[in-house]
Ligand binder design. Structure first.
Ligand code: FEO
Length: 393
C-alpha cells in the first residue's frame, strides 16, 4: 500500500507484464495498473478491487489492513478488472455495504449470484464517512452502464474509475513523476480505443463535472498514473478529444499480396505529399491494430486499400473497417482503393463499409487490374491530391 494523500492509500496492482487487454483486443505495450484505494476515515472505505488473476497479492494487502476494518466498499464499475475480487472480500465479511449504481447492483449480482448488502446511488447522492463526505457521479456508458465516479471532499480526490486512465505501468503513481510524452501516448491510445464510441456522452459529462466546481487535488483513475500536477489537464484533453479531434496528417493504410495495392498506396501518398501534406503509410497486416486505430483517431482523413481475395478485402482491412465503424469515428473523409485479378470486390467493400460507418468519401474507389500501370498510378496520385484539397490541410 502507498499513501497518495494523508488519508488515502493506494492498494492496487502493477501489471508490468500485460501486453493485451480485453482478451487480445487491445495492446498494452507498457503494461497496466489496477488501481484500488482505501479512504481512511471514521468509516474506512475501499474503492474498487482488482482483476482476479492478481487477487493473491491484493488480498494479502487487504488482509494485512484487516477486512474487519473495512466499513464500506464502493464499486465504481463491475468490469472484472475492477470488481472481480469483490467476492473474496465478501466471503470474509459478507455484511459490508456495497455502494454502486442500480446497474452496478445488477451486474455484480450477475457475476457473483449473491444477495449482498447493496446501497444503490445516483448522481448527487452523498455518504458521510466522518471527515469526508463522498459524492457520487454516475458515468452511464462511460464506458459501461454501471460506471460512476466518487469524490472525497476533505481529501479533494476524484476517483474517476476508467475515465482519464491509461494502460501505463510505471514505478511512480503520479503524472508529475513520469515521462509525460509516454503518458499522453497511452492516454490518447486508451481514449481512442476504449472511449471514442461514447464521445458525445463524454463531452456532456465532462461539462457536467466542470459545472459541479469540485475542488480537486488529485484525479485518481483505475488504470495508470494519477493526475496530481494540474489534474484538470486531462479533463481539458477529454473535451478536446471528444470534439471531432484531428491532427494535421493523413493515414494511408493498405494490405497487399503482390505489392500492387502497395504501389497504389504509394501513389496516393505521392499525391498527398505533393500538396505538402504529412502522410503516414501503414501496412495493416503487420501493424498493431490498437496503434492503427489511434492513428486514425488522430488523423484528418484516410485512404484505405486492399487487394481482393476470395471476393473481399484481406482480413486485416476487413477487420479494420469493422473497427472504424464500431468506434464511430467522425469527420474522417476517406478514399478506398485496391487491386484485383478478376472479381474485384475489395475496394467497393471498403468504400461501402466506411459509408456505413457514416464517413464521407472524397471520390469513387480507385482500382487496378493485376498490376497498376502508369495510368492507374497517375489516378492514385490525383486522388491523393484531391484528398489533400478536400481536407484543406
Ligand atoms: Fe478498466 Fe471498464 O474496466
Amino acid at each position: 500500500m502507498q499513501k497518495i494523500t494523508e488519508n488515502i492509500l493506494w492498494t492496487g496492482i502493477k501489471d508490468w507484464d500485460l501486453r493485451h487487454f480485453h482478451g487480445q483486443e487491445l495492446s498494452t505495450q507498457r503494461g497496466t495498473t489496477y488501481n484500488a484505494y482505501i479512504i481512511l476515515d471514521k468509516k474506512n472505505v475501499l474503492v474498487d478491487t482488482v482483476w482476479p488473476p492478481h487477487a493473491l497479492p491484493f488480498m494479502d494487502e487487504i488482509r494485512a489492513f484487516g477486512v474487519e476494518n473495512i466499513d464500506a466498499i464502493i464499486i465504481n464499475h463491475m468490469e472484472p478488472d475492477h470488481g472481480g475480487t469483490l467476492g473474496m472480500i465478501m466471503d470474509i465479511k459478507p455484511d459490508i455495504p456495497i455502494y454502486c449504481t442500480q446497474k452496478g447492483k445488477e451486474i455484480i449480482t450477475s457475476y457473483f449470484r449473491k444477495d449482498w448488502n447493496f446501497v444503490t446511488v445516483k448522481t448527487g447522492d452523498t455518504l458521510d464517512i466522518g471527515e469526508n463526505t463522498l459524492t457520487f457521479v454516475e458515468m452511464k456508458m462511460i464506458h459501461w452502464p454501471d460506471s460512476m465516479m466518487v469524490y472525497a471532499d476533505k481529501e479533494k480526490v476524484l476517483f474517476s474509475n476508467d475515465a482519464f486512465g491509461q494502460h501505463y505501468c510505471t514505478k511512480s503513481l503520479f503524472n508529475d513523476e513520469v515521462d509525460n510524452h509516454e503518458l499522453y501516448q497511452e492516454a490518447i491510445k486508451y481514449y481512442a480505443n476504449i472511449l471514442t464510441p461514447f464521445a458525445s456522452l463524454i463531452k456532456s459529462k465532462v461539462l457536467e463535472i466542470n459545472k459541479l466546481g469540485l475542488d480537486v487535488k488529485i484525479i485518481a483513475p483505475s488504470h495508470g498514473v494519477l493526475w496530481r500536477e494540474n489534474p484538470f489537464q486531462i479533463v481539458e484533453k477529454y473535451l478536446e478529444w471528444s470534439d471531432s479531434y484531428q491532427e494535421d496528417f493523413v493515414v494511408v493504410i493498405y494490405d497487399t499480396m503482390y505489392q500492387s495495392t502497395k504501389k497504389m498506396a504509394e501513389g496516393i501518398e505521392k499525391g498527398l505529399r505533393g500538396k505538402g501534406v504529412l502522410v503516414k503509410l501503414y501496412n495493416a497486416a503487420v501493424t498493431d491494430p490498437s496503434y492503427l486505430l489511434t492513428e486514425i483517431f488522430k488523423s484528418k482523413g484516410m485512404a484505405v486499400g486492399s487487394c481482393t481475395v476470395n471476393n473481399g478485402a484481406m482480413a486485416s482491412i476487413h477487420t479494420l473497417v469493422h473497427e472504424i465503424r464500431s468506434h464511430k469515428f467522425k469527420d474522417k473523409p476517406f478514399l478506398a482503393f485496391g487491386s484485383h485479378g478478376w472479381s474485384g470486390e475489395a475496394a467497393r467493400d471498403i468504400h461501402e463499409g466506411l459509408l456505413a460507418a457514416k464517413l464521407s468519401p472524397v471520390a469513387n474507389p480507385v482500382t487496378a487490374k493485376y498490376n497498376p500501370g502508369e495510368d492507374v498510378l497517375e489516378a492514385c496520385e490525383k486522388a491523393g491530391a484531391m484528398l489533400a484539397d478536400i481536407l484543406k490541410i
